[in-house]
Design a protein around this ligand. Sequence first.
Ligand code: FAD
Length: 824
Amino acid sequence: MKTYVIVGGVAGGAGTAARLRRLDEQSRIILIERGEHISYANCGLPYYAGGTITERSRLFVMTAQRFTEVFQVEVKALHEVLSLHKEEQFVRVKDLTTGNIFDQYYDTLVLSPGAAPVKPRIPGIDDPSIFSLRTVEDVDAIVKKIEHHQTTRAVVVGGGFIGLEMAENLKERQIKVTLVEALDQVMNVIDYDMAAIVQQQLREKGIQLYLKDGVKSFERKKGELLVTLASGTVIPTDMVILSIGVRPDTKIAQEAGLKLGSNGAISVDEQFNTSDPHIKAVGDAIEYPHPVTKKPVTIPLAGPANKQARLCAESIAYGACRPYGGIIATSIAKIFDLTAASTGMTGKQLKQAEIPYAEVITHAGSHAGYYPNALQLAVKILYDPKTGLLYGGQVVGYDGVDKRIDVLAAYIKKEGTVTDLTEFEQAYAPPFSSAKDPLNMVGFVAQNAMEGISHIITWDQLPALIQKQAFILDVRTEEEFDLGTIPGAINIPHTEIRAQLAQIPKDRPIIVACAVGIRGYLAERMLVQNGYAEVYNLTGGYRTYQAVHNELEALENPEEARIALFTPSPSEEDGSPRALQSDSIALVDACGLQCPGPIVTLKKTMDNLSQGDFLRVLATDPGFSRDVQSWSKLTGNRLVSLETKDGTIEAVLEKGATKVSTSTTQSVSDGATIIVFSNDMDRVLAAFVLANGAAATGRKVTLFFTFWGLTVLRTKKPGKVKKDFMGKMFGMMLPKSMDDLSLSQINFGGMGPKLMRKRMKQKHVDQLRSMYTQARMAGVRMVACQMSMDIMGIPDVELLEGVEIGGVATYMEAASESGVNLFI
Ligand code: FAD
């Protein structure tokens, strides 16, 4: 009887053991795992941290006991392989429960030890509030920190998949999240132009980004954890999630003298053989030639680890059989409302590998434009400009990203070409795709470029051409042009080009740009056939350009980042806004007005517009930014863009169809909204009791703090705050924080609140501050009224972390979704 020993009991290890047993009922199989659990869903850990996966037990795909029952595999959890002795064919194992050490002999050894989070030697890195995420034990520690210690702020270091998933999940827990990344972009598996869209989404969702700025040190000052960046920026926080990558966990392999690659991964051949004939290896710990570059790579992903396990087991049971085809790194992540996915090689990797390539970007609808809710999908492909061989693909969007990336991955793996994409036959009906799928479209664009019918230029090639005195022609409508364009561009809508050829110089290179590239292509064809010798169409159009440029600006000034909303938008297939019925865009200047002034003025103007008309609103009231988002959602008008520059908020809205009240048929909404007007301790307690109770029943609860109620949200240590005379007066009169509130009755010169606190303790009723923490944990939304803050001279720095600032529209949006509305 053969003895097979497998080190590592999760994706690669457990997979190999299970398949091996299915193929060989007679052998002895021993699975050794250092941790307490085997076969658990490490990919689900961020979602358990965020509360989307509510039951911890769901993380365990299989318990050790069940694995043994089903597969007759000897599972040794909480056992660590200390060393490997290849000449004698045994591993030295430590039972981590008893401390016993024993030697386990094998006929074949399979190593699937995975990869461990990188922990660089940064000063202060061993602080107990700094966490990595690899195992169930790690996520337990993170959840404990969130739930049992007051955790309202988190810094995520590293903008890869795990970092982004953690940022989103911490935000789900109402934690203020700052993301720090040493590179100039998040998600290094996609190119800058696609990552820019992801970054815009992160900013829109309230994640503060510090890019191109690594961590210099962690330190504790007066009990507070401070993260200092290379730029000198200091971020105070309650916890840090370190997710700056993983490194093959191959110490035992290295010490045993197995052949390793430059990054410490175990080199294997197409049957997963290592340099030792009796040892195989799979998963995150191996390196294997990339199908495109043929150079060894290590790609830590669950799909490949599982599939390698299957093949590895076959090669053990049957001897050399199906050779492994390698990994092209197909990956996907949910980032709030967006999905971002990648397969094959990126532009950066191709450059590094010195492989000549061409690229195109399209923004097509996820399904037929005339069917409701078609959402734009950014697709980028990279290919051999001569043969059209596909090298890589990236897709970012709201809907249908997964199927497009999977199709691209299949083509790339099968050495498909741009022409294959043009002929790709999709399952089509209007709710699912278009007669020409986005993948057909991107194929058409690339094919045109290959055949010289169109000349593509990318956003980063623009400067060189502009230096050559290129003429930039924006061929969108005047309204779109007014909303923003490439500096120096001249606007001639594509439908007017033939009539206005005289305006376009023939002796200069011409760059045509539209929203997404379609109208640019039409214009390019018109110009070329009218004798223009050098015409280029900007790939991805202004949509890509704008995201990239907002992000490039934000690199210089992270605090003032602009956001181009990539919200699901009912645009035409060529990227132009739908049904623009008016000739011009209306303007409301509400600068200087305080809440609810800007919203009231906006509403008045909007009432006089027709469906499809556009309105631009300028405001300086900081609460307007959130208010306008709520107002547009509530009223059915579409928020096209929202930007803040130099303190002025600019919102562009498109008038939607008038919302018809459905109150007779609609069920009462499930939320609860409580206006906290008072700062009497007993009244505030009542508000929190109700809020926590309602949240516990699964209701979405909003507490809207206005006038005296704002005191509850004051932080004890706001730092230095500049105030005018009235602000100082109010500051002196108001209680400093929720810990200093008085009772509405029987105050007894301050004794009343003390008695009340004592009584609450006796009766095991939580104190106000812990009720506040519970409310935060339960996801209760806390909104401070901007207008009251202005009147009472309370600036935002004086508020507790994680509090939103809003006005009437924010309240009305919450109230409209609530069956319970209370004023306390
Ligand atoms: P692992 O699954 O890491 O298993 C290795 C095991 O070996 C570990 O449990 C370790 O304790 C054990 N071990 C190591 N050394 C020893 C020793 N000396 N003795 C005994 N035991 C040892 N991939 C995706 O494709 N999609 C995702 O969405 C995704 N999300 C992820 C989220 C998180 C938080 C993490 C951590 C990973 C995620 N991954 C994802 C990556 C994926 O989990 C890994 O690629 C996959 O688990 C690799 O399998 P493996 O068997 O090589 O290593």
